[in-house]
Design a protein around this ligand. Sequence first.
Ligand code: PLP
Length: 373
Amino acid sequence: MKLFDVYPLYPIELVKAQGSKVWDKNGKEYLDLYGGHAVISIGHSHPYYVEKMTTQLKNIGFYSNSIIISGQEELAEKLGRISGYKDYNLFLTNSGAESNENALKLASFHTGRKKVVAFSHAFHGRTAGAVAVTDNPSIVAPVNDTSHVTFLPFNRTDELENTITEETCAVIVEGIQGVGGIQVATIDFLKALRKRCNETGAMLILDSVQCGYGRSGKFFSHQFAGIDPDMMTTAKGMGNGFPIGGVLISPEIKASYGLLGTTFGGNHLACTAANAVLDIIEKESLIENAEKIGNYLMHELKSISGIKELRGRGLMIGIELEQAVGPIRDALLNKENIFCGYAGKHTLRLLPSLGINQQIADQFLTSLKAVLN
Ligand code: PLP
């Protein structure tokens, strides 16, 4: 058997990682400013995380959701406290798409409605419901194509009143669009969504899979707007590489037994990973660091020629270049040994570990200047 060929691969095999550094099988060292796509929140192989995971695996690695798993309660308590959503409830999943699937399903059960409003350039995942609210027809299979979803322009408020109605079960939006090119939802836009959802009884879902977990310089990026969604979805940075996702659910929303469930969601190892991540986020003040280093990078990037626009918050940064991003990303990787992401044809995407320091930021700035020249 061969692997199903769905990913275009770089000819690199990584065998070791520590903090923001990774090494390939030939011993070549790279700086990782991509974090495996916003996943590495506390740094690769953080010693505290490794120790917690090793001990957990020695004790018990897995059992199903039919028994008490105290790590789940510990996680709900910690996540509620650190995120500022103490009175919300937590449903644990295994990925970002699965979190969005469950949030949409719950919104529909709760309201008894079936229409959803999503936005231009949105990305919410590749499973049935998540891909249906993703603005990319090329990845929507005929079986997932539905007339229940309406797409509105991102960051515009003029069509909200006509489109979000008493028939809408959910409005789903990213606080900062990631795949869509690091587009920050404006404060006015988020406030207008909250207001219209209140008027119509539609559930507001903030997809925080990429922009959440401290990356923006607040735990959730919509907290800059001072609004509270009905549900927030998370994954990526939540487990620092161990698969875990979650839906934070407002206390007004209830579900009966059997409506939601998953075999693996919230297993012992996943909860240990997520608890260790939150411990380190707190102990090492990583949210504050994301804001500080993010602001530093944004400030320094302003003086580099060849950059058309800078977008983002904290350590979720989009650098729109005047030239195509492909060759620049390749040069950063092959000549400067730096992993970065991209979004669209012109935008370089930085999604590093939340613990990077100024020295790492400076190394990137020097390298970027060199390749842009
Ligand atoms: N939502 C957003 C905003 C994402 O960026 C992603 C993945 O990139 C997803 C959902 C899907 O997450 P996953 O790949 O874990 O299913």
